[in-house]
Design a protein around this ligand. Structure first.
Ligand code: NAD
Length: 456
């Protein structure tokens, strides 16, 4: 079935239909209409997967996707235009330009944590750039996977866009095929599997992976505002956000006030009995839930710590000064558990930040501009925010992606279009003049060649 689908997509792409910008725009509009018509059903599906609050599904899934769609529909003609570059004088007379071309058939593999947005958002870029696509949503969010499949079947012919549902077995089959581009969002571990499979066919990839995102609160930070913004970025989606702050490094002079402010803020958001709050999601999978529970074992809990096996509920939890070798500090937490670790000097801060691979996100809360600048310049990471969390994802003009272990490539807005486009370099030479210098037998003195540097 997968092989046949790939064949269909090859034939469709060869028909050149997707090269017509009008064609792309028409389908982007159809997709937009269908998402608008199904917005409630999409939120219901995500709720069925992990009780994600409706507000969060609208704000972080459907509305983000609709904003991307609106932008792509408005701009696709402009983005598709060739870009002239200044002609090289050695080519005189000439015209020189960059023509953006679709790669062909694209495979998009998505995770379960933002199951709708992370499947459809890359699709928008792929289609705007003129590719065909096969989507593989996560099997761990089956309700959302099913509605994505239904929407795609309604909007697109399968040779243009198709959804293949399933788990590792299906992913493995898909990865065995030759794609012109693979866009993967998920864990670093599976990212490596995807990268290896892509290398077999020299297929270019974007890898949107995870990491352990530090969040620094220095001695000059506005602690109550920091607590509010950190609690929001950490506990939205029950902490299952790739750019959620993973752990806090707080200056020891501010630790007590920060912890108190965090406790007050969590209660202000979700009430005294958080399990009853309609605004707090559940952990999507049993395996991940058990992993989070295990992270809490033997830790000093400053707040929260309660779990409910029946609901896969993990309370927003503050952990006090965990050992660096403990499970909660080993890998990405990806849940509503927030370790709080104090530091005294910048050297200590540096030592602790240097323990991990390059993270996907990096946060600094500080009133000291020099400190902010130093931190942002000193450390490599995908993207970051000063005095807030997560919001750097919201600007479509900022490329979203990781670096090193947290990923390869960045997308959103025009960056998505560029990502899914091959940049063809083209030169048209004039024929009314043909400067003879470059042809053998070479007559130009060597000292001239050195002087001119570029002869062609
Ligand atoms: P995952 O890597 O387990 O799964 C992602 C996709 O890969 C799924 O479609 C899954 O079916 C497939 N897959 C799983 N195992 C596979 C295998 N052995 N071979 C081939 N395919 C396989 O990730 P997840 O658990 O769904 O998502 C959580 C991770 O994703 C976290 O690490 C998080 O940080 C990361 N993430 C990153 C971003 C980003 O934009 N950078 C966004 C969301 C999540």
């Amino acid at each position: 079935m997968v092989e046949q689908l790939v064949q269909f997509q090859n034939t469709f792409f060869a028909s050149q239909r997707t090269k017509e910008v009008h064609f792309r725009k028409q389908y982007l509009k159809r997709l937009q209409q269908e998402i608008l018509a199904q917005e409630d059903a999409i939120c219901d599906a995500i709720y069925a997967d992990f009780k994600k609050p409706r507000f969060e599904s609208l704000a972080t899934e459907t509305q983000l996707v609709l904003a991307e769609l609106r932008h792509a529909i408005k701009k696709v003609e402009e983005w598709s235009r060739p870009t002239s570059v200044a002609p090289s004088w050695t080519n005189f007379p000439s015209k020189e330009w960059i023509q953006l071309e679709p790669f062909g058939k694209v495979l998009i593999m998505a995770p379960w944590n933002y199951p709708f947005m992370l499947t459809i958002s890359p699709l928008i870029g792929a289609l705007a750039a003129g590719n065909t696509a096969v989507l593989k949503p996560s099997e761990l969010s089956p309700h959302t996977s099913a509605i994505i499949s239904a929407i795609v079947q309604k909007v697109f012919p399968p040779e243009y866009v198709a959804v293949v549902e399933g788990g590792v077995e299906v992913s493995t089959q898909l990865l065995a095929e030759k794609w012109e581009y693979i866009f993967f969002t998920g864990s670093t571990q599976v990212g490596k599997i995807v990268y290896k499979a892509a290398a077999e066919h020299l297929t270019p990839v974007t890898l949107e992976l995870g990491g352990k995102n530090p969040c620094i609160v220095d001695g000059t930070a506005n602690v109550s505002l920091a607590a509010k913004r950190i609690a929001w970025g950490k506990f939205i989606n029950a902490g299952q956000t790739c750019i959620a702050p993973d752990y806090i490094l707080v200056h020891n002079t501010q630790k007590e006030a920060f912890v108190e402010a965090m406790k007050a803020q969590i209660t202000a958001f979700y009430g005294q009995d958080i399990k009853q709050s309609a605004d707090f999601a559940r952990i999507t999978t049993e395996k991940h839930y058990q992993g989070l529970k295990a992270m809490l074992e033997g830790q000093r809990i400053l707040f929260g710590g309660h779990c409910d096996d029946g609901q896969r509920f993990v309370e927003p939890t503050l952990v006090d000064e965990p050992d660096w070798g403990s499970p909660v500090m080993e890998g990405e937490i990806f849940g509503p558990i927030l370790p709080i670790i104090s530091y005294e000097t910048e050297e200590e801060l540096h030592r602790n930040l240097s323990r991990y691979e390059k993270p996907l996100a990096f946060y600094v809360f500080s009133g000291d501009k020099k400190f902010q600048k130093r931190m942002m310049a000193q450390y490599p990471f995908g993207g970051g925010t000063i005095n807030d969390t997560v919001v750097h994802i919201s600007n479509k003009d900022l490329p979203f992606g990781g670096v090193g272990n947290s990923g390869i490539g960045g997308y959103h807005g025009k960056h998505s279009f560029d990502l899914f486009s091959h940049k063809k370099s083209l030169v048209r030479r004039g024929t009314w003049l043909d400067v003879p210098m470059r042809y053998a037998p070479y007559k130009i003195p060597i000292r001239w060649v050195k002087k001119f540097k570029h002869l062609f």
